[in-house]
Structures are given as structure tokens and as C-alpha cells.
Design a protein around this ligand. Structure first.
Ligand code: HXC
Length: 279
């Protein structure tokens, strides 16, 4: 099975020269990879998350690895005034915003019965409201640049993944934002797309969610890599995709198509068994 390749093997090095990308969640995981990929192809970046010390360290490393400028900006995506300040800081530094990646996300495994009111609200606020807040705050600049938005989603809500109700609900709403924004912002020359990665190795999400991942159950026979997502993001931001909007591209090697009940937690199977015997 083919291994993931570098974006510089596929795309020209300067395709994003002069472009500025603002990335929530850009200091770690998948979105750090997407940011580095854009930097390698000429972009300048601003990365946002809550903890400045972590961001500052990440920004230095990312700059050293790619040669591109990276501005660390601390903000809580749940707080509109902090989001507006992050957008203002980016424009003050670079003069424009061309691309927005909404990637900040919260996640943990929890059954519905164990999910507190605050736990559900927290994930909806980080994922869904964070995506809304950043897009709203960046809109004037995206209109000026005729830019593009990329929303990071997931496939959990396609099947109703156990213990992921909070994230599935948040990501389903993000998919709706993608389609509605595509329709409303298209006339301004702004394209809005999404990517739904499957399980991607060496990420916080994978560490938390998938201790026993079965590669043989993936149609393409391997776990995803951050590089796989980088290729898709570069394509969607590039001119090659200039007639594509409102699409959420699944990048998972076919994982969700083959994600049946074989990995259901025993507790759920037991519950279903008891219910059936009473019917
Ligand atoms: C149950 C939990 C919990 C857990 C937190 N909570 N962790 N409930 N099980 N494991 C509850 C808390 O008890 C609290 O509710 C509420 O959630 C808020 O928690 P806080 O810690 O006060 O909030 P905060 O500091 O804002 O941050 C919490 C968090 C963080 C953002 C949810 O724990 C987190 O998610 N970090 C991981 C980030 C991450 O992994 N990102 C990548 C996502 S990957 P109470 O009622 O007690 O106050 C992804 C893709 C998925 O999304 C697809 C993969 C295939």
C-alpha cells in the first residue's frame, strides 16, 4: 500500500507565496502539520490556541522547520472578544488574511450517561462556536482577499460512534456551517470546504481515542498520517480547487465505510443483549 508522500513532491513550492493563513489549533496535531505544509509552499502563518508558552515554542519550531514566519497568538476560541483580537493581531502583523483553518477541537471518550451538561457544552463551544467565531471575525478580511476557509470535521456522526456523542454533534454542526457558508459566501469569492480525517497517527485525538486501532480493517490497509491530510488541504486551498466549495472531503483510507460494530465496547453490547431478550 502506498505510503504518504511529501506535499513538495506534488505541489509547486511557491503556490501560496504572499498568502496569510490563520489557524486555530495550529500549534499541535493535524493543524500544525497543515500549517507547516502551507509554510513550505510560501505562506505566512498565525497560530492560535489557549496557552501562549506552548504556542511560542511551536511557532519557533515550525519556523525553523519550514523557513516561513509563524506568529503565535493566544486566544480561547470560545471567547468572541479574544478571537477578534487574534484576527486583529494577524492583520496588524501581516496586513491580510487569505486562508482560515478552523481546527481547534476538544475531545475525550465519554458515554452519554457520563457526559455532564458542562462537558457537552464545552466541546460544542470549542468545536462549533469556535469555528463560527473565527469565521465571523475573519470575514471582512476574507472578503477583501477573496479567501478560503477550511473546517476540520470528523466522520463520527456518519455512523453514531459510541462515546463520541458530544464530538459527533459538534462536527455535524460544523458540516452544516460549511454548506451554509459555501452558499452565502460564494458570491463574495470565498470558498468554504471541510476535511474529515479518519484516525490519524501521532495526534492527541489518536492517543486519547484509539489504543487498539486495527489497520487491517482500513480498506487502504494503514492508519492515516498527518501528511495525508496535508495533501488534501493544499489541494483545497490551491487554484486546482477554485471551482470547489461546500465540500467536506473524507481523508480516512475508507475507515468509516468499514467501521461496523466489531469494536463496540462490551458495555454497550451487553446493554443491547439485555434489551433484546425482553422483546
Ligand atoms: C468526561 C470530561 C472529560 C472526560 C473533561 N470532561 N474530560 N467528562 N470524561 N474524559 C468534562 C469536565 O469534567 C467538565 O465538566 C467539562 O468536560 C469541561 O472540562 P474542563 O477540563 O473544565 O474544560 P477545559 O479546560 O476547557 O478543557 C477540556 C477539554 C480538554 C477541551 C475537553 O480536556 C480536551 O479536550 N483536550 C483534548 C484536546 C484534543 O484532544 N483535541 C483533538 C481532538 S481530535 P464538569 O461538569 O465536571 O464541569 C478530534 C477528532 C476526533 O476531535 C476524530 C478521531 C477519529
Amino acid at each position: 500500500m502506498s505510503a504518504p508522500v511529501d506535499t513538495t513532491d506534488i505541489f509547486k513550492k511557491d503556490i501560496f507565496a504572499g498568502k496569510v493563513v490563520l489557524v486555530s489549533g495550529g500549534g499541535s496535531g493535524i493543524c500544525r502539520g497543515l500549517t507547516e505544509a502551507l509554510l513550505r509552499h510560501g505562506a505566512k502563518a498565525a497560530i492560535v490556541s489557549r496557552t501562549f508558552s506552548k504556542l511560542e515554542k511551536a511557532a519557533k519550531e515550525m519556523s525553523a522547520a519550514t523557513g516561513g514566519p509563524v506568529l503565535p497568538v493566544a486566544a480561547d476560541v470560545r471567547k468572541p472578544e479574544q478571537v477578534e483580537a487574534a484576527v486583529a493581531k494577524t492583520v496588524e502583523t501581516y496586513g491580510r488574511i487569505d486562508f482560515l483553518i478552523n481546527g481547534a477541537a476538544g475531545n475525550f471518550l465519554a458515554p452519554f450517561e457520563g457526559l455532564s451538561y458542562n462537558a457537552f457544552r464545552t466541546v460544542i463551544e470549542i468545536d462549533t462556536l469556535g469555528t463560527f467565531n473565527f469565521t465571523k471575525a475573519a470575514l471582512p478580511h476574507l472578503k477583501a482577499s477573496k479567501g478560503a476557509v477550511l473546517n476540520i470535521s470528523a466522520t463520527l456522526h456518519y455512523t453514531g460512534k459510541a462515546f463520541q456523542l458530544h464530538v459527533g454533534a459538534a462536527k455535524a454542526a460544523i458540516d452544516a456551517l460549511t454548506t451554509h457558508w459555501a452558499v452565502e459566501l460564494g458570491p463574495h469569492g470565498i470558498r468554504v470546504n471541510g476535511i474529515s480525517p479518519g484516525l490519524i497517527a501521532d495526534t492527541e485525538g489518536a492517543n486519547r481515542l484509539a489504543a487498539n486501532f486495527n489497520e487491517a480493517a482500513v480498506p487502504l490497509q494503514r492508519v492515516g498520517k498527518i501528511k495525508d491530510v496535508e495533501q488534501s488541504a493544499l489541494f483545497l486551498f490551491s487554484e486546482a480547487a477554485n471551482y470547489i466549495t461546500g465540500v467536506t472531503l473524507v481523508v480516512d483510507g475508507g475507515q468509516w465505510l468499514n467501521s461496523g460494530n466489531h469494536d463496540y465496547p462490551n458495555s454497550i453490547l451487553n446493554f443491547v443483549g439485555r434489551t433484546k431478550s425482553k422483546m
